[in-house]
Write a protein of this length. Structure first.
Length: 53
């Protein structure tokens, strides 16, 4: 999943609107999105572990 996020970020830098933003802004946005995905993954795994029993 992290590979997918990295690939999408790279594509965004090369082709999309992220190319028009400064690199620090793009990196902060990528870190926020990665953090949100991490929290979402942890919450989903905990939810499914509780219902699997």
């Amino acid at each position: 999943m992290l590979f997918l996020v990295a690939a999408l970020l790279l594509m965004g830098i090369m082709l999309g609107t992220a190319a028009h933003l400064p690199l620090p802004v793009t990196l902060v946005a990528a870190a926020v999105i990665a953090g949100w995905l991490l929290v979402f993954t942890i919450r989903e795994r905990r939810h499914h572990e509780g219902t699997a029993r």
